[in-house]
Write a protein that binds this ligand. Structure first.
Ligand SMILES: Nc1ncnc2c1ncn2[C@@H]1O[C@H](COP(=O)(O)OP(=O)(O)OP(=O)(O)O)[C@@H](O)[C@H]1O
Ligand SMILES: [Mg+2]
Length: 264
């Protein structure tokens, strides 16, 4: 039987650059897979292929047995895939809450244009207003999930960096994904902040029984958070296994972790 996510022989060329080469990987439902490896190894490209930013040059991507390869990004969102970005991509001049509402809007239209134009009695709440209120309330539940509900009315670009990262996570969760892709969620965080984020991701992942793929360079977070790891180097899979197996793999130590790597 196919796994929840099955990547088979995935290859991506950019002109002469082979960013991902013949990658095969299976991810079981409800597990966390870490993708690690040196800069330029092809990690983000794997996410761009899964989310439809680029079509694969070759290979297959199956989510619950159904092909994602070549589908446009919005269809892939509807199939249950959401992501965060290596470089934060928020609507900087909207409030924290409005950033979540945009994601909710992508999934559902709670009222039609006809309702908006035709129904507006002066003393009853219009379907438009009721729809907007419901969206605002739903947005709060995602802010609560990541613990930034007190910031709801601040402008996104006024948030401290660590909270902007949490807002991006909340916005991805608002798309109600089955598969969540996190591209360096702890980038720019200190070790304490990154371990706090690790605990938050784990708790949300369990609560929502999500399948998570996470790219990270913070090794303590990766080893703590992930059930399995895949190591990429020059676009190819160098190793795959449990964190304990990967930490003691001589090829991984040589190519990425370094001989002197020890867990803090
Ligand atoms: N759109 C693109 N056009 C051309 N080359 C690209 C494109 N996207 C990625 N690449 C190249 O593909 C290779 C893999 O890049 P990718 O961003 O996937 O690496 P990464 O493992 O995420 O690295 P990092 O840890 O620095 O984020 C690099 O050589 C990169 O320059
Ligand atoms: Mg990257």
């Amino acid at each position: 039987m196919a796994d929840f996510l099955d990547i088979r022989g995935l290859t991506k060329h950019f002109g002469g650059i082979l960013a991902v080469e013949d990658l095969s990987l299976s991810v079981a439902q409800g597990t966390v897979l870490g993708i690690i490896g040196p800069n330029g190894a092809g990690k983000t490209t794997v996410f761009n292929l899964i989310t439809g930013v680029y079509p694969p040059s070759e290979g297959e991507l199956l989510l619950e047995g159904q092909s994602l390869a070549g589908l446009p990004p919005h269809t892939i969102v509807q199939r249950g895939v959401a992501r965060t970005f290596q470089n934060i991509r928020l609507f900087r001049n909207l409030t924290v809450r409005q950033n979540i509402v945009t994601a909710l809007d992508l999934r559902q239209k709670p009222y039609s244009l006809a309702q908006a134009l035709l129904c507006n009695p002066p003393f009853v709440e219009s379907p438009v207003k009721a729809g907007e209120r419901a969206l605002r309330e739903r947005a709060m539940t995602y802010l609560e999930l990541v613990g930034i509900e007190a910031q709801a009315d601040r402008r996104a670009d006024n948030l401290p960096y660590g909270l902007q990262r949490k807002l991006e996570l909340a916005r991805a969760l608002a798309l109600e994904p089955k598969l969540l892709l996190l591209d360096e969620p702890a980038a720019g965080m200190n070790p304490d902040e990154s371990m706090e984020l690790c605990a938050l991701i784990r708790s949300i992942q369990r609560q929502l029984s999500l399948t998570v793929l996470v790219i990270e360079h913070h090794m303590d977070l990766v080893m703590e958070l992930c059930d399995r790891l895949c190591v990429l180097s020059f676009g190819k899979k160098l190793a795959e296994g449990t964190p304990a197996e990967i930490q003691s793999d001589p090829a991984v130590l040589k190519a990425y972790l370094g001989e002197g790597w020890v867990r803090a």
